[in-house]
Write a protein that binds this ligand. Structure first.
Ligand code: TYD
Length: 136
């Protein structure tokens, strides 16, 4: 998959006879220091989430189980990727409207972020997002 709005990265795995171990490490897979981690799970069928952009936040989206569709837009271009457990992770910078949909029932979506939670960093109104991107 190629994408220009988001960066897709392989998460290295070390496997041996006991099983597998996946690694996300600063300066290798991860381009920022993590200040916060959260994960989304138990998503009800047909639910989509997100519908916001961030002013500054950088994030890595990584599926620990199942899969989810991640759609991002800069107001002009839209890209969609399926994030799967043990597949590629997606790194999102600021200024991207995002929607997560088609969660598998078992999906556990882990997000690593470079800032603490701050509601002021969210743009939750799509028209405001378009104006902030000078497309409105
Ligand atoms: P939100 O980011 O709006 O979820 P999504 O984009 O997946 O739909 O967060 C949902 C709620 O959880 C919202 O009330 C804010 C709160 N929240 C925190 O308190 N801390 C956090 O780190 C995050 C990500 C959300």
């Amino acid at each position: 998959m190629t994408s220009s709005l988001l960066q897709l990265v392989e998460i290295p795995q070390r496997g041996d006879a006991r099983g597998s171990l996946s690694i996300v490490e600063l300066g290798k897979t991860l381009p920022f220091t993590v200040k916060r981690a959260y994960w989304i799970h138990g998503t009800r069928p047909c639910v989509s989430r997100g519908y916001h952009a961030h002013r500054e936040l950088r994030q890595l989206f990584c599926c620990l189980r199942g899969q989810v569709t991640l759609s991002v837009s800069d107001g002009l271009t839209k890209e969609e990727v399926v994030i799967q457990a043990f597949g590629q992770a997606a790194i999102l910078g600021p200024g991207l409207w995002r929607v997560m949909s088609n969660f598998s029932e078992d999906c556990i979506l882990m997000v690593l972020a470079d800032r603490e939670y701050d509601e002021a960093d969210y743009i939750r109104d799509y028209e405001e997002f378009r104006r902030a991107k000078n497309h409105g």
